[in-house]
Design a protein around this ligand. Structure first.
Ligand SMILES: C[S@@+](CC[C@H](N)C(=O)[O-])C[C@H]1O[C@@H](n2cnc3c(N)ncnc32)[C@H](O)[C@@H]1O
Length: 240
């Protein structure tokens, strides 16, 4: 899971003791060698789905919490106008800038430094994606997060993301995720600045009600990702 060229344990600890934003600045150069970067197999399955529901291309796409630009690389060939990534870590954006220099496609690439809870876009995106980032959105901010995405989309536009179902108590991941969340709750109660990262958020089917509250028609697509990601669910939410 961890790559020899990825961050060391000490570097990951330093990240976890910093603020969320500064933590990502610190590991940005090595981020693509961590298991936290969304795998290309999942991004490719999302891109195939997007192409199939949009007649092959979309005009403008936004990737929220774009990190090093992993999703933007898959989105660019689908876009005819622009592909925009927003993230609050300057370090991650610098990596995205470098890594996207040879991304296939002709759409304009825009990298914006900003907060996912304060998206500065209004009825201008045909597609919004977000992957690997919902753990950074506190439960109390979920409505604000989805409201910003709904506002960024044109009517008929789509919000597409990857998630999963809640693990069962018989699965090791159930205990690992709850254990991690417990440690982070204690860390964030005791230390400042906080590092916001919790597992088991935006899970299917709970996320459906959140999306419907913001005017989305929602479908969940299972079995689109190859092994070992076959349990990943791609949620495709159309703004009515
Ligand atoms: C685990 S990384 C995922 C990056 C990329 N989406 C991927 O899947 O490879 C999470 C990213 O979310 C960004 N992030 C977290 N909270 C954010 C916020 N409130 N506003 C903007 N970016 C945020 C971090 O800086 C980081 O780049």
């Amino acid at each position: 899971m961890f790559h020899p060229e990825g961050p060391t344990f000490a570097e990951l600890m330093r990240q976890a003791l910093a603020s969320t934003e500064r933590g990502y600045d610190l590991i940005a150069p090595k981020f693509d060698r961590t298991p936290f970067r969304t795998p290309d197999e999942v991004l490719a399955a999302m891109a195939t789905h997007i192409a199939s529901v949009s007649g092959g291309t979309v005009g403008s796409a936004l990737d929220v919490c774009c990190g090093t630009g992993a999703a933007m690389r898959h989105l660019r060939p689908l876009c005819t106008e622009r592909v925009v990534g927003i993230d609050f870590s300057e370090g991650m954006l610098a990596e995205a800038r470098r890594r996207l220099a040879d991304a296939p496609g002709d759409a304009r690439i825009e990298l914006v430094r900003g907060d996912a809870l304060e998206l500065p876009f209004e009825r201008e995106m045909d597609l919004v994606t977000s992957v690997g980032a919902f753990g950074h959105v506190l439960a109390r901010d979920e409505d604000r997060f989805v409201a910003g995405i709904a506002r960024a989309l044109v009517p008929g536009g789509r919000f597409v993301f990857a998630t999963g179902r809640p693990p069962r108590p018989t699965e090791p991941w159930f205990w690992m995720a709850h254990g991690f969340n417990g440690v982070m709750r204690v860390r964030n109660a005791l230390l400042r600045p906080q590092f916001i990262m919790y597992y088991l958020t935006f899970l299917w089917p709970d996320v459906r009600a959140l999306l419907e509250r913001h005017g989305f028609e929602v479908e969940a697509l299972e079995g689109l990702c190859p092994a070992p990601y076959e349990r990943v669910i791609i949620v495709s939410a159309r703004k009515s």
